[in-house]
Design a protein around this ligand. Structure first.
Ligand SMILES: C[S@@+](CC[C@H](N)C(=O)[O-])C[C@H]1O[C@@H](n2cnc3c(N)ncnc32)[C@H](O)[C@@H]1O
Length: 194
């Protein structure tokens, strides 16, 4: 079973110069992704599934996905500072982390994912996660799509609405993307244990 989290970001750029200070200061809101990376690295060993973080760079000059497999190399991450360093490195040298940039439209990326995975769109207005049977099947290939510092754009939602997907909620409150990831992983972990 594999688990993919797809997050679109309209602000992150693949080749601008970044350093720890500029990112902590908010540059391109890479901090959002760096927190997601840290949380996924922590869940990686516990869940026993292949986990991938897909960051879709939707800026006009990008239109590509950065596919990041969560690997043992990330076990060393202890803090947000570590994961910020690593996020900057992955963007600049993806091959060192077996990550890859792929030029693709958001719609085509969704179509590809839809062929192999069950798609869940994370939104407070969805069906509660603990009511969904597909998620609890052990051999399923799951893809969760969520917003970054912003929700999905209207255009991205429209591309999603043309697919077979399940709107999925972890509650009525609005959570940060990294918190949403942790709550989803915790749910999957409890299913496995139960
Ligand atoms: C920080 S939020 C995006 C902006 C936020 N909606 C706002 O008003 O500021 C990040 C993403 O996490 C997901 N999310 C947040 N709360 C959720 C919830 N209660 N259930 C499911 N997904 C949620 C959504 O996909 C959302 O776009």
């Amino acid at each position: 079973m594999s688990l993919t989290f797809l997050i679109p970001s309209s602000t992150i750029r693949s080749s601008t110069r970044k350093n720890i200070k500029s990112v902590i200061g908010g540059q391109e809101r890479l901090d959002v992704i760096s927190r997601c990376l840290l949380n996924l690295a922590r869940w990686n060993n516990r869940l026993g599934k292949e986990i991938r973080l897909f960051v879709y760079l939707s800026h006009n000059l990008e239109q590509k996905v950065l596919e990041i497999p969560i690997s043992k190399k990330m076990n060393t991450l202890q803090s947000e500072i570590d994961s910020t360093h690593m996020s900057i490195e992955i963007l600049a040298n993806p091959q060192e982390y077996n990550a890859d940039y792929i030029d693709i439209s958001f719609k085509n990326l969704l179509d590809n994912l839809n062929k192999k995975s069950s798609i869940f769109y994370l939104t407070p207005n969805g069906l509660l996660i603990n009511k969904q049977k597909e998620i609890s099947k052990e051999d399923s290939t799951l893809c969760f799509i969520l917003g970054s510092q912003h929700d999905l754009s209207d255009e991205q939602e429209e591309a999603l609405f043309n697919l077979e997907y399940t709107p999925t909620s972890i509650g009525e409150k609005n959570y940060l993307a990294s918190h949403v990831i942790t709550i989803v992983c915790n749910h999957l972990y409890n299913l496995n244990e139960g």
